[in-house]
Design a protein around this ligand. Sequence first.
Ligand SMILES: [Zn+2]
Length: 1009
Amino acid sequence: MNKITSLCAAAPFVTLAAALSLSTAAAQERAASLPPTDVAGLRWTNAFFPGATYRAAVPTGDSLLGFPIGQRAANSVEIEKCLKAWAAAAPDRTRLVEYARTYENRPLHIMVITAPKNLPRLDENQKDMARLGDPRKISDDDAKKIIDMLLPVAWLGYTIHGDETEGSDAALAVLYHLIAADDSSVTKLLEEVVVIIDPLQNPDGRDRFLKMIAESRGVTPNVDDQSLQHTGYAPWGRGNHYFFDLNRDSLFGVHPETRGRMKEVSRWNPVLVVDAHGMEGQDTHLFSPPREPINIHVPASRARWSKLFAGEQAAAFDRHGLVYYHGEWNEDWYPGYTDSWPAFRGSVGILYEQASIAEDGVRRPEGRILSYRESVFHHVIGSMANLATVQANGKQLLENFYSIRKNACAADGPYSKRTFAVLPTANRGRFEKFIKLAQLQGFELFQSGNEFTAASAVDQLGRELKDPKLPAGTILIPNRQPLGHLVAATLDFDPRIPAKALEDERQEILRKGRSRIYDTTAWSLTMMFGLEALTLPMELPDSARPYAPAERAEGGVVGQAESPVAHAIDGADDLSVTAAARLMERGVQVRAAEKAFELDGQKFARGSVVITQLDNRGFAGDLRQTIDATTRELGVRAVAIRSGLGEGDLPDLGGEHFKRLEPPRIALLSRGGSNPNDVGEIWFFLDHELGIRHSRVSVENEAELSRYNVVIVPERSGPLPGSWTNRLKDWVKSGGTLIAMGSSVANFTDEKADFSKVRVLPDVLNKLGDYELAVFREWLARDGGLPSADAVWSHKAAPGLKYPWQSVGGAHAEEKELKKRDAWLKLFMPQGTLLAARVDTKHWLTFGCDEPLPVLAFRDPVLMAESVEVPIRLGYLTKTASQPAEAANPAAGGSASEAKAKVDSADASNAGDGKEPDAKEKKEPPRIGWSALPPGTEMHFRMSGLLWPEASHRLANSAYVTRESLGRGQIILFATGPTFRAATLGPARVMLNAMIYGPGFGAAQPIRP
Ligand SMILES: [Zn+2]
């Protein structure tokens, strides 16, 4: 599994019971004539709140649902019905807020519950929390006074993973109790605390799962958690409409569910945020605190508070004789979990994980049956225990919130003298996307009005720069601000896992061959977005002004040309691909420039989109108006051009460099073993980044492929079924563009498949020298310099030339030995690490990309490529400082560079590549794993996250993207899915280029309708 998908073991669960609860005559008519026999222990009918008395005016959940709360999972409509009924019946205690709508148009709600006397104060409470949250503007005395007036807010959220159903039913139980109970303990709680309940954080996922459960339901109860009644089936209900894991999305805010919640949490500033999940049905119950590694930017006080909450939650479980645990698999390194994200803002975040049943019950190993309702009850116990802890410690929690913010703002605090600088770019679409995300996170943003020089800086490769100049327009985010912990957690280039946790991780890998880390170890936002940034060891420069969006040039056609020969859209902007795609969908003939050009005094990057008048003589509509409308929708400009004569040597409009594009007709393979995350991410890009028509096609059917000219094979488990691989081969040969990634490449790289020429590392250990030579040739072709003039112009044939193959090959051990060593290195493959890649900036697939390109690497196949194009390889090469350019060419007799390189190589050459330790004495060049470094270069590799050195020796110089022709078509392979969480925007651009430009650029003769 290359992507970590399961915080709470994603597995599947139960549901049934409706058959048992049928009440009407008609329903009984439908029921089986044979009544189910009893399952001992299935019926757990205890009251959630024994002895509580309730106000008659508030309808019970049971009456609203038609079944007791927790007997089975309520769907989103049933939950909404309860919320509305309770808000209407108890306006004295409630305020119901719809905070978002899902893609499937389901509402998301929070219910605010507090005492009648507090309701009118809620807006004021929000304002006072905001004041308390900015310690720069108040004194400690002010803070005390504010805290005296404030009510602490406790936020309880449930079932963000739609198939971990218990949470939402527990939410209904807690809601009814808090809204309807008339006993003094509840009224006192509500006088002292504002409770916010978010009962259903992922309605689309929940309802998708409940439908699976309903359709698998039989007449008799089922307590076997392997049954479809409990498991559902792919894509399950974990993700939202696009199968995204919303419990990872707080970093990126991609989806409306997340954005709505982030805004509400920011508005209310709760002191507690609970996120209630479910885990595998045979498990027990887990709550916070997590174990190490814990993100280093989590406020230190979290440990103390977690302990207090956990102690009181444990005592509540003990009173019921229940067992539970904390830590174990639950770590907290990734900052984008729903309960982690608020912790960086000053809340205490708590995770619950309950053995998930879904409905009916599950028979456990000891023979006992855990019923659904009892499982629901466990979340109720935790919720009420945590509310009691907030009630008893309200003032201290508010003080904690204040002191976290104060620490973040302190002049001598951990975040002083550090500013993140994001450099302006012609990729406006992406730059603005970053700014929007930073604003959603609540960061204070500044912008430099003019160029300025910093004393020093650290770049994303960890290099220290002296006196770097930062251009006007640079976005500046001071780390010292009220949300300093969150700023650091999201933007820190290189947070490092503490040594003890690192040691535990390494031991686990060596003992058990697996990682203890649950999610990606790298996520630094500027790198994820592929934006160049620096860390400055300083406060804001004088030239910084609060960020205010520049008078945004409207999109649309610009330039007043009366009769333009063409319109051009700058290819540096990711949105240019969208513009091209949507123009083609509107019937416009479009070209893309494979080189940078300058026409009519305007400069354009390579990859720019060009629409000529001549191509579109047959266009039925108003061309200018269509271009204008299309670009206006996106906020990009299309420049009217009056002359096709290129500046100097730059291309002219009629030459070969302006390729005519072929409208893409895209099929995205789905189901039948396809990885739902990967399918969802690409689907999301097609729908929301490109906004074009496409088909998701099930591999469970034998679809007719000639309807498409682009087929995308997302990551998957196991081989493609049936005749898919063979049919795809025929289809590629007839002109198709095939795009595959990660685990799906195995369908095409296997030698027996006779499909792609790309191989995976373990299959070519017997010919590593060939692959090394390919690395050398590529490098020499782009940056090799020249042999010496004497060597070139000598009148005599010169003996003793130095060739690349003298630096490579030969040194590798026997294949059998290499297999053993490769298996060892493979143990250490990354778990989500940002690596620096080098980019062939003359290749059409890399339009809009610069190097180093940050790419996220996982336990994916290592792609080995020779005799195919490799637009992107892992490992960013720079020349070593002391090397003359000429020396980089081995044919120049680079003995000086070799001597230098040998010194550098002392650490680099090790056992991983099969070379003996003493080999450097044999005048071998420095090696990183299977490949020697081109002479005179050094490789920058790890950008952020955990990368064991062993993994770098497998991955360095391997291919990240390959392109090759087959027949009239082409194959494009990505080592790793390029659209991780819709946030790896550098590689995602390559994917956009592949999908939209592929048929026009790479296919010798694309398939036409
Ligand atoms: Zn979960």
